[in-house]
Design a protein around this ligand. Structure first.
Ligand code: ACO
Ligand code: ZN
Length: 223
């Protein structure tokens, strides 16, 4: 658990206050034994979860100067599926998701961005869909204007639109964000989701986007 918002009084002790771990990205207070213990646990689990030792067979779908993107399909060997499960668990923990069972697991495509230092630093999980509802950036209608509860929740159109591919998870390791990893994952997805065609922006949809997800999607869809 992160303690980002915890208020501390710096009374001059050497290790007082919040620190961000340079390996796992957790922010914790080194002066608090409970915090330190939570960090030790998270640190170990996180680094084990994202470690990529290399597989006998891997499906490389894109290569870059700082890493590569692997595609994992439901019938792949158990070592690949296990890694996807581990990464998804970390992602869901970070996103605060309950276990969500994908609607058609046999059609799920998982893209992992593996960095040069052999870690899974990005993950995109996609599944086929038939329709999606557009997120409306501004609350519309008289019933929502001026209402505080409504202003922070996304408003969705109730007109279904044709779509092909739903992104159910998109995640980049905290310390690797803003390096275009998410962008490269979505580009690769569009290229690989359906054989022989490049999906248009309108054919992909983000399910239940977070604040980060919405900021990314807005930027991605306009460029
Ligand atoms: N705030 C503002 N703009 C952003 C942000 C942000 N937090 N993140 C991305 N953007 C915009 C920027 O314009 C960025 O370009 P720039 O860096 O040149 O300005 C552009 O999007 C491309 O960003 P990337 O570098 O490709 O995105 P990144 O690799 O950092 O990953 C992501 C974005 C996946 C949303 C990451 O912040 C993350 O993992 N967040 C936590 C998990 C999460 O919320 N995921 C989305 C859930 S929604 C879903 O899963 C369907
Ligand atoms: Zn750590």
């Amino acid at each position: 658990k992160e303690t980002k918002d915890q208020l501390v009084i710096d009374a001059g002790q050497k290790y007082f206050g919040a620190t961000m771990c340079k390996s796992c990205g957790m922010i914790y207070s080194a002066s608090n034994p409970e915090d330190e213990m939570q960090h030790a646990q998270y640190h170990h689990r996180f680094l084990e979860g994202i470690k990529y030792t290399g597989w006998k067979r891997e499906r490389v779908v894109a290569e870059f100067w700082d890493g590569k993107i692997l595609l994992v399909l439901p019938r792949d060997p158990s070592y690949a599926i296990r890694k996807v499960t581990d990464v998804q668990e970390l992602v869901d923990y970070e996103l605060g998701f309950q276990q969500v069972v994908p609607k058609c697991p046999e059609k799920t495509k998982t893209f992992l961005f593996v960095s040069d230092d052999k870690r899974v630093v990005g993950c995109l999980i996609a599944e086929p869909i038939k329709q999606a509802f557009r997120v409306l950036s501004e609350p519309t209608g008289p019933e929502s204007s001026g209402s505080k509860e409504n202003s922070r929740a996304w408003q969705c159109s109730n007109v279904p639109e044709h779509a092909v591919c739903g992104i159910s998870r998109l995640w980049v390791f905290k310390l690797k964000r803003r390096k275009r990893i998410a962008r490269r994952l979505v580009d690769t997805l569009r290229n690989c989701f359906m054989f022989g065609c490049f999906l248009s922006i309108n054919e992909i949809a983000f399910s239940d986007p977070t604040q980060d997800g919405k900021l990314f999607a807005t930027k991605y869809c306009n460029t």
